[in-house]
Design a protein around this ligand. Structure first.
Ligand SMILES: Nc1ncnc2c1ncn2[C@@H]1O[C@H](COP(=O)(O)OP(=O)(O)OP(=O)(O)O)[C@@H](O)[C@H]1O
Ligand SMILES: [Mg+2]
Length: 293
């Protein structure tokens, strides 16, 4: 197959063609005149981060990405978590591919070479596999270890409107790579006890990255997740978060709803799994906020 990096558009039908021909590694394919994308300078790259586990990073990455894709935006989800939840949650089996974000981080493989279409229009994924679990250690020994992702992402510049990087629940080198490559940091905060715990440490790392690697980097969006308006704790936590992040806090609050928890096991984003559910509506509203700045 003739592969060109400059002229790509990947569509779901391309995936099925390639799968039909037995290929295990899908690539960008030339589709002259079919480019839909805005110019490179408007591409926003969100690192979705919080070193606290289980706060809704992956759910937000998938659901918000899908809601933006539904609006005709071209979206790439980069799965930087060895658990691979963003990959499987989008209905993609990372084990089928020869290469993954592991190779992007360690073997100088450009991002463009590992991007896969999902079954959903405008939505693409850079899959993670379990071998990513060793990367944190292995990265310590490579040159420009903090800038590997940034360099790899330059190969898809201008191809997407939004890139969402789903970070693991830690502030190690994988997350630093995400921060170095990002234009924005998005922090999902679960409305529960100790919600703000760890955010000071997160801010300190952001400042370090700002000073040394990425001067423009900022936490620009904070999102309350798993909100339950009947629970006074949720309400109190929301107030507390608003105090600390007045400008950054998104108006849209993501409710706690079982449908959001069920969607990943069907390999579908909530907007497809249950398009009229509360969760789908919330993430659509959030998508509007993101589009409007
Ligand atoms: N709004 C919600 N309502 C109900 N359940 C939710 C909601 N958001 C996320 N969940 C569920 O909570 C769990 C944790 O969410 P998720 O995996 O998105 O968090 P995470 O921050 O990515 O976790 P990790 O740190 O392990 O990567 C999952 O089982 C998910 O399905
Ligand atoms: Mg996750």
């Amino acid at each position: 197959m003739n592969v060109s990096r400059e002229t790509l558009v990947l569509d779901a039908h391309v995936k099925s063609e390639l799968n039909g021909s037995g290929s295990t590694q899908c690539r960008y394919v030339p589709t002259v005149g079919k480019r839909l994308m805005a110019d490179a300078s408007t591409m926003r790259i969100f690192a979705v981060a919080n070193q606290k586990g289980g706060v809704g990073k992956t759910t937000t990455t998938i659901s918000l990405g899908a809601a933006l894709a539904e609006q005709g935006k071209r979206v790439l989800v980069v799965d930087l978590d060895p658990q691979g939840n963003a990959t499987t949650g989008l209905g993609v089996d990372g084990r089928r591919f020869e290469r993954s974000v592991y190779d992007v981080l360690l073997n100088d493989v450009p991002m463009v070479d590992i991007v896969e279409p999902t079954g959903f229009n405008n939505l693409f994924v850079a899959p993670a596999t379990l071998d990513l679990a060793g990367v944190e250690q292995e990265l310590t020994q490579v040159i420009s270890r903090e800038l590997r992702l940034k360099k790899a992402i330059s190969s898809v510049e201008g191809e997407f409107d939004y890139i969402f990087i789903d970070c693991p629940p830690s502030l190690g080198l994988i997350t630093i790579n995400a921060f170095a490559a990002a234009t924005d940091i998005m922090v999902p905060v679960q409305t529960e006890f100790y919600a703000l715990e760890g955010l000071t440490q997160l801010q300190r790392i952001v400042e370090l990255v700002q000073k040394n690697l990425n001067p423009e980097l900022k936490i620009t969006k904070v999102i309350l997740t798993m909100y339950d308006s009947r629970n006074t704790l949720s309400v109190d936590v929301a107030k507390e978060v608003r105090k600390h992040f007045e400008a950054e806090l998104c108006k849209t609050v993501i409710p706690r709803t079982v449908r959001l928890a069920e969607a990943p096991s069907f390999g579908q984003p909530i907007t497809v799994f249950d398009p009229t559910s509360k969760g789908a509506k919330a993430y659509r509203a959030l998508a509007e906020e993101i589009i409007n700045g």
